[in-house]
Design a protein around this ligand. Structure first.
Ligand code: ADP
Length: 254
């Protein structure tokens, strides 16, 4: 009871053209953890993620978020309760930064005062103080700043579950490490359950509590902590995949 995990049981996605993006996937993102999905391009990571909020409809199997089958829920309601961050965040171009972050609180009927307080708090957390950035429009921001607004917007209503697809891809390398650390600390404070797709295995090692390595067709080759996956690859596929990135096991922060 009360779990905010994401559970996949025998989930399959076959697109109308016959492509089987995900064959039969069993997987769980546990309450409060960051689960990273990694694997070569086209292995089914985004499809897997997008089935959780029904941007892609599963062909078979069951996906439960916080114990409820996603197919039993209205997709619009479902999405309001699940944060979603993608690389090209799709901010509303004619709304200011503050208005963008206040979007879902507004839809959920929060009072103006609550909403404003939350916007201030979040913009502060992602390093964009409201006094300086609140009234700017998306075209007045750098790619990395837009990405920060996307993260703030997704966290605005403290969603118990957050989906992220290459969330820090547009941020320059120096800003990225900082934003990743800030994000990890916000996530731990909020206890958010996160499922994250990344092609950056270093990002997965840095941020994730567990990593799921997928191969073509959404086949789960290994599921384990960053240490387990990097130190004890389950098979040749995982070993070869990691070798391409020259990853070192996660070090304690110095
Ligand atoms: P990844 O995120 O790991 O790169 P995707 O989930 O995007 O992988 O894609 C998995 C497979 O499904 C790929 O073969 C891709 O070409 C295919 N695919 C993705 N979206 C569609 C679609 N809308 N129609 C048909 N095939 C698709």
């Amino acid at each position: 009871m009360g779990s905010t995990g994401i559970v996949f049981e025998g989930v399959r996605k076959e697109y109308p053209d016959g492509t089987v993006a995900v064959g039969s996937l069993d997987l769980e993102a546990r309450e409060g953890e960051i689960l990273a999905l990694v694997g070569p391009s086209g292995c089914g990571k985004s499809t897997t993620l997008r089935m959780v909020n029904r941007l892609v409809e599963p062909s078979a199997g069951r996906i439960a978020v916080a114990g409820s089958d996603v197919m039993d829920q209205d997709p619009v309601q479902l999405r309001r309760g699940i944060g979603y961050v993608i690389q090209h965040v799709g901010l509303f171009p004619h709304r200011t930064v503050a208005q963008n972050v206040a979007t879902v609180p507004g839809l959920l009927g929060w009072s103006k005062a609550d909403s404003q307080a939350r916007v201030e708090e979040l913009l502060d957390l992602v390093g964009l103080p409201v006094g300086e950035y609140g009234t700017r429009y998306p075209h007045e921001l750098s790619g990395g700043e837009r990405q920060r607004v996307g993260v703030a917007r997704a966290l605005a209503v403290r969603p118990p579950v957050l989906l992220m697809d290459e969330p820090f891809g547009a941020v320059d390398p120096q800003g990225r490490r900082r934003l990743q650390r800030e994000f990890a600390s916000i996530q731990k404070d909020l206890g958010t359950t996160v499922m994250m797709v990344t092609h950056d295995i270093r990002e997965a090692v840095l941020l994730a509590d567990r990593i799921a390595v997928l191969s073509r067709g959404g086949v789960l080759e290994q599921l384990g902590t960053p240490e387990e996956v990097t130190e004890n690859p389950a098979n040749d596929f995982v070993e070869d995949f990691l070798a391409d990135f020259d990853v070192e096991p996660r070090q304690a922060e110095g």
